[in-house]
Design a protein around this ligand. Structure first.
Ligand code: FES
Length: 61
């Protein structure tokens, strides 16, 4: 599903970005442009980042 309609970025794109080292919405904005337009995607992008980081921590333990 699209999270950022302005930049056509999906939830899977965001998970992949976190797997590649992204940890903040601002970093996501630098690499994908997320939340650099209307900004409506910012909260959902943050939630997806947090969720993926938690999953990575869980499986790394
Ligand atoms: S939906 Fe992401 S900047 Fe507009």
């Amino acid at each position: 599903m699209y999270v950022c309609l302005c930049q056509a970025v999906t939830d899977q794109d965001i998970r992949d970005a976190v797997d590649d080292g992204v940890q903040t919405v601002s970093q996501l904005g630098e690499s994908y442009g997320v939340a650099t337009g209307c900004g409506r995607c910012q909260q959902m992008a943050q939630e997806l980042i947090d969720e993926r980081l938690s999953e990575k921590q869980f499986y790394a333990a």
